[in-house]
Design a protein around this ligand. Structure first.
Ligand code: G3I
Length: 354
């Protein structure tokens, strides 16, 4: 009798005390980045200063950016050499300053990523035309002393070198390779590090997310640079994927680099699908896309040296994909009505504390 009278209230307490799945979901933090923070990671986005102005329906873009993606910010275009330093004596600070200001007004750490210095594209003519090694090094030193030094307290990471490789893993043609030779990566890293030693320097590239000729080429370069004591701190996996075709060995590829002690963030994640007409995708393709977003986020969670995941814009209408790869689109986690897609839910599920 006594036993039952104790047991029944005890059971009742247990039932009340253990939260239902719905209650658990309600207890989860609000945005993706807040969820990621519970794992010691960030979720970020690429953006442009003009996207931050809030001149879209209801200011939804900025609200979503701040709620979901404000763990890390990358300037989609405004930090590139041709944008920020188009002629030797001209600097356009406004775009990057606005992005940095958005990061600074957050009480919490926002990982701003500088993008990008040494690249074959979006580099002004006065650099591309150089033929003298000393002149090119001095131009990079000047760029670093102005741009990297200006943002040395704001940028945690910088894509010091962007997309240096061909698909077979060899060095791609660029003014840097032509004029400075094979050692240009080491030369550039040292020059930039000397100017702004607090910024972590990265080599960023695409199609290195699987174990393949290109990632093996990158691995050989990274090993050589580290052996020579070059200031290399991370390898960025751009992660521009096609739904259903993302490399299934992304974790193994990431580990190739993290085994060397390098950080490997996902720097430009998006997953394109086939679209018709007005960026319309099928629900079957959006489900496949969601699965790829889930895998990408999980891969980062599972590797201690992946600091976080940055999406390359989060709102379909302003993604670079439809204009630069016609017939493809709907690549981000939010649709044209600012509604979260299955990809968003998949990221949330991957980040939820079970
Ligand atoms: O700035 C000019 C403007 O003056 C001109 O009026 C206008 C007319 O088309 O073009 C403007 O330049 C555009 C530029 O973005 C800045 O908005 C280019 O046309 C356009 O092609 C360029 O696209 C960017 C692309 O990089 C260029 O390489 C995309 O927005 C940007 O998302 C994309 O980002 C790259 C990363 O930096 C590196 N990894 C791959 C990724 C996707 O391609």
């Amino acid at each position: 009798m006594l036993a039952t009278s104790i047991l029944i209230p005890l059971l009742a307490t247990l039932v009340v005390a253990s939260p239902t799945k719905r209650q658990q979901q309600q207890q989860q933090p609000v945005g993706l980045n807040a969820l990621a923070k519970q794992h010691g990671k960030y979720i970020g986005t690429a953006t442009n200063s003009f996207n931050l102005l809030g001149n879209n329906p209801g200011g939804a873009y900025l609200d979503i950016l701040r709620r979901e993606f404000k763990g890390a910010l990358t300037a989609e275009n405004e930090g590139k050499w041709d944008a920020i330093h188009p002629t030797p004596d001209q600097y356009n600070w406004a775009g990057m300053d606005a992005i940095v200001a958005e990061a600074r007004q957050s009480p919490e750490k926002v990982f701003v990523r500088g993008h990008t210095f040494v690249w074959h594209a979006q580099t002004p003519a006065y650099i591309n035309q150089m033929t003298d090694p000393e002149q090119l090094k001095s131009a990079l030193r000047d760029h670093a002393m102005n741009v990297a030094v200006r943002y040395k307290n704001d940028w945690t990471y910088l894509d010091a070198i962007n997309e240096p490789l061909n698909e077979d893993g060899t060095l791609r043609d660029s003014v840097w390779h032509r004029v400075l030779g094979e050692d240009y990566l080491e030369i550039a890293l040292n020059i930039i590090h000397e100017a702004a030693p607090s910024i972590k320097l990265c080599i960023n590239d695409y199609n290195i997310e699987g174990v393949n000729a290109k990632s093996k080429g990158m691995l050989a370069i990274a090993k050589k640079l580290l052996e020579r004591g070059a200031p290399l701190h991370c390898i960025g996996f751009e992660s521009h994927f096609i739904a259903g075709s993302m490399p299934q060995d992304i974790a193994a590829s990431m580990q190739q680099f993290t085994d060397l002690g390098l950080e490997v963030p996902l720097t430009e994640l998006d997953v394109r699908v086939r679209v018709t007409g007005n960026d319309q995708a099928s629900s079957a393709d959006l489900a496949v896309q969601a699965n790829d977003y889930r895998t990408a986020v999980k891969t980062c969670l599972d590797n201690r040296l992946c600091p976080g995941v940055t999406v390359w814009q989060f709102y379909d209408p302003i993604s670079w994909i439809p204009s630069l790869t016609p017939g493809w689109g709907a690549a981000t986690p939010y649709d044209a009505n600012f509604l979260p897609k299955p990809a968003y839910e998949a990221m949330r599920e991957a980040l939820a504390i079970q």
